[in-house]
Ligand binder design. Structure first.
Ligand SMILES: Cc1ncc(COP(=O)(O)O)c(C=O)c1O
Length: 389
């Protein structure tokens, strides 16, 4: 990995220490340039004419996303966000009263809200699998729950938003395949950060966003839909003229590919920007990115843990580029002010988005640092010095 070139192509990484890729990362120059050049041309010729003449390039979005996830372009749908992808995927399953959604305590806040909404409206039952004392998902218990309850859907968040934990999505995939359960994976924080291979994960749906570790534009995302889900005619509850062809007064024919999950209207500038982000990640190689990130974070965690009174809040055997911490002698607001004064960019995670996790950790909020491969060990060394206060 040529870190100097990568930093040169990341105009936002100068004069600050940017550690917020789990929020919204810094786009590399090719993403910025293509998005702007498309919008410039769109202003000149109009949206429809340019979309038509850009069709071939637009299709590259699907091939790049497929290459990132190890699937076919026909399994990919363009979305406006991970939540958009997730909502459309879950709406394709016909739930009835008493159906069970099996999920975890660490699943994303908006996904939990969706389950509760389905509970209120349809009467589904939500079961959350237990964790081992170290924070990992208890896979033995998980399989028992699948066997006992035969859930209609297993929903797992690969990496939670407010904790570094990486959930064992591959093992969960094996269990779902064994018991033939639909499996929806929220890979919003893992795509662009780790190698994410749908053949290994064995998921039926995977939701991803553009702006985080993938370094794409805001307002973009995508959904992976497995061949089995497509062949079972799973389609979003609200479908539009891209997703289906109106064949008679009372009927339609579904689009064959995952595009049936898209809406006709979308931002083409965003789609081409996201295509560039995917291309950029594929060119560097996700295995290289993952390896660099692991080295960066291992040293960072050890050094931060050595600061007196600093409590790392991430649990689990495998932890990621999301690092959360509190300090015994400073409030979150005080740490936040201090980091801002030193030009460090970060996020604050609060209990409202991690209700179960932060309740068991007995914290109201935590500072979230999320370095990525354009960050250097020297930058993180500086942050360690800054936090020694
Ligand atoms: C784990 C996880 N899932 C889903 C989302 C939602 O992503 P989006 O804002 O792109 O809908 C987030 C955003 O922070 C997230 O961290």
């Amino acid at each position: 990995m040529d870190i100097n070139t990568i930093r040169k192509e990341t105009r936002g990484c100068k004069n600050k220490i940017f550690l917020n890729s789990a929020g919204s990362s810094l786009v590399p120059d090719p993403v910025f340039d293509r998005t702007i050049s498309y919008l410039t041309e769109e202003a000149r010729v109009g949206g429809y004419a340019l979309a038509y003449s850009s069709l071939e390039e637009t299709e590259e979005f699907y091939t790049e996303a497929a290459s990132l996830l190890n699937c076919n372009p026909e399994n990919i749908a363009y979305m406006t966000s991970a939540t958009d992808a997730y909502a459309k995927a879950i709406s394709s399953i016909t739930f009835k009263e008493g159906d069970i959604i099996l999920t975890t305590d660490d699943d994303y806040v908006s996904n939990q809200l969706t389950f509760i909404s389905l509970k209120k409206r349809v009467g589904v039952k939500i079961i959350r699998a237990v964790n081992l004392p170290n924070g990992d998902l208890d896979l033995v218990n998980f399989e028992q729950l699948v066997k006992e309850y035969q859930p209609k859907l297993v929903a797992l968040t690969h990496i939670p938003t407010s904790s570094g934990l990486v959930q064992d999505a591959e093992k969960v995939g094996e269990i779902c395949q064994k018991y033939k359960i639909w499996y929806l994976l929220d890979a919003c924080q893992s795509v662009g950060q780790l190698v994410v291979d749908v053949k290994k994960l064995k998921c039926d749906f995977l939701a991803a966003t553009g702006r985080k570790f993938l370094r794409g534009p805001r307002g973009t995302g995508f959904l992976y839909v497995s061949d089995s889900a497509l062949q079972a005619d799973l389609a979003p509850l609200f479908i539009d003229m891209l997703g289906a062809k109106w064949t008679s007064e009372e009927d339609y024919e579904l689009e064959l590919t995952a595009k049936r999950f898209e809406f006709w209207e979308s931002s083409i500038a965003g789609k081409l920007g996201l295509k560039e982000a995917l291309k950029y990640a594929n060119a560097i190689g996700m295995a290289n990115i993952e390896r660099y990130n692991a080295g960066l974070m291992a040293a960072f965690r050890v050094k931060l843990a050595a600061i007196k009174g600093l409590q790392l809040q991430d649990w689990g055997t495998q932890v990621s580029n999301i690092l959360t911490f509190t300090m015994d002698h400073h409030t979150t607001d005080e740490i936040s002010e201090h980091l801002k004064q030193h030009g460090v960019y970060f996020s604050i995670s609060s209990k409202s988005s991690a209700l179960i996790d932060f309740t068991r950790k007995n914290i109201e909020s935590a500072i979230r640092l999320s370095p990525h491969y354009f960050n250097t060990p020297e930058e993180l060394e500086k942050v360690v010095t800054i936090l020694n206060f």
